[in-house]
Design a protein around this ligand. Sequence first.
Ligand SMILES: Cc1cc2nc3c(=O)[nH]c(=O)nc-3n(C[C@H](O)[C@H](O)[C@H](O)COP(=O)(O)OP(=O)(O)OC[C@H]3O[C@@H](n4cnc5c(N)ncnc54)[C@H](O)[C@@H]3O)c2cc1C
Length: 281
Amino acid sequence: MLVENNFEIKKLTSFKIGGKIAKMIFPETVEEFVRALRENEGAFVAGNLSNTLVSSNDFDGVVISTSKLNSIKIEGNRVTAGAGVRGPKLSQTVGEKGLSGLEFMIGFPGSVGGEVYMNAGANGQCIADSLKSAKIYCLEKGLVTLTDLEFGYRTSICQKKNYIVLEAEFELTPSAGVKEKMEENLAFRKAHQPSLALPNCGSIFKNPEGHSAGRLLDECGVKGLSVGGVKVWENHANFIVNYNDGTSEDVVRLMREMQKRVKEKFDIELKPEIRFLGEEL
Ligand SMILES: Cc1cc2nc3c(=O)[nH]c(=O)nc-3n(C[C@H](O)[C@H](O)[C@H](O)COP(=O)(O)OP(=O)(O)OC[C@H]3O[C@@H](n4cnc5c(N)ncnc54)[C@H](O)[C@@H]3O)c2cc1C
């Protein structure tokens, strides 16, 4: 399997932020992946790095990428995808077969494993709605197939127990209008979210119960607020964009300021939706 030392991870992150990774591994099969996990206990598992703020300082550890676990198998209305399959590719592939359930994946750059881990969702759909089972690696039992992943808002059992997703099986519904729904989702995104030409990491904070993080932040006047090379996007206050070669430290400082303002004005603690590698809030 491919192993790269001193890997420049910045080129793979949607934020275009991140230092060098001491050892980056790209397993090509589930067996190789399990071997890499066993040989590198505590390694960070990376999907498409569209929800992770990677430290701009070099990281003296191991990162294992799912990017080469990219097979898709369709049998009737069941589809099995490797953890590294890109959401838009999966959405497009099942959409062409008229299968509904994954239209939401079309417009953002996650991988299947990262999306299961996060219970990603958009436009009224989420992973939990159609996931039938997942092939998981866990330290205690090795490879297991789980049907209940204890999904909640942007969370799953994988976050609590450090489970690694290797494959996911979805049960979809044959339906008319799947392509139209995907087009609608894409149009919504164009109108409301920054494209990756402005490097970003999706929504920065989770919505607190009963509130929209974007609205709270907007009312605190943070749009356009900048630290170093990053700023709060002018069109949506829950996005930070890296407009001028910003660093992870810039992002963290800006996030703290955003949290502080919302706490002072509304007495609400914003919790990050993004994940961290070698950096903390
Ligand atoms: C422009 C843009 C728009 C976005 N819009 C949305 C949206 O509408 N809805 C939404 O939910 N998200 C959105 N996101 C965020 C992001 O795409 C999702 O959270 C996605 O699920 C992350 O997948 P990833 O593969 O990029 O995860 P990564 O960033 O690679 O990883 C995220 C976390 O998952 C863990 N992880 C990754 N793969 C695995 C695995 N196989 N097993 C176990 N753990 C793993 C990582 O260790 C990390 O903790 C958006 C992001 C961008 C940049």
